[in-house]
Design a binder for this molecule. Structure first.
Ligand code: CMP
Length: 139
């Protein structure tokens, strides 16, 4: 069993696709082990995306991530890191496969609806950034 962090970004919340995204997870057999809606401060967004701090898109990305509420979730399942990434599709929605969340709902490379951890180490950091152990259910 594996865990990963999923975020429905401000564009996904604004587009009213929270339910649609969650439906895709549940249909795929992924279990939601924790969930909340929050709005990040700029400092919190910068901390979360610290690995990207030297990238040219860092300031714009962290502005975007603070622009409205987000839904953060811990997902649980077998190979859920890879499974979630498959459901999301490529970061750049123009390269995402048909039927993926980003292909269906992304606006551009930044406003790409969802975030998902890319490896076990990043998942551990990202889950710990938003949730403590008591807030995560065993599914
Ligand atoms: P995410 O998977 O959350 O990881 C970093 C985010 O930066 C990415 O999704 C996009 O929202 C955003 N981003 C903006 N421009 C780029 C880019 N050129 N390459 C990768 N990510 C980008």
């Amino acid at each position: 069993m594996e865990r990963t962090l999923s975020i429905i970004k401000p564009d996904g919340v604004a587009k009213n696709v929270i339910g649609e995204v969650i439906k895709r997870f549940e249909t795929d057999g992924i279990k939601i082990a924790a969930m909340k809606m929050i709005q990040l401060t700029k400092t919190q967004a910068k901390g979360f995306y610290a690995v990207h701090k030297e990238r040219p898109f860092f300031d714009s990305l962290t502005d975007f991530m603070t622009s409205g509420p987000i839904v953060v979730m811990v997902l649980e399942g077998e190979d859920v890191i890879a499974g979630n990434r498959k459901l999301m599709g490529a970061t750049n929605f123009e390269e995402a496969k048909e039927g993926t969340i980003r292909k269906d709902y992304a606006t551009n490379i930044e406003k790409n609806v969802v975030h998902g951890s890319d490896a076990p180490e990043t998942a551990a950091f990202e889950i710990g950034y938003f949730f403590n152990d008591l807030e995560i259910q065993r599914r």
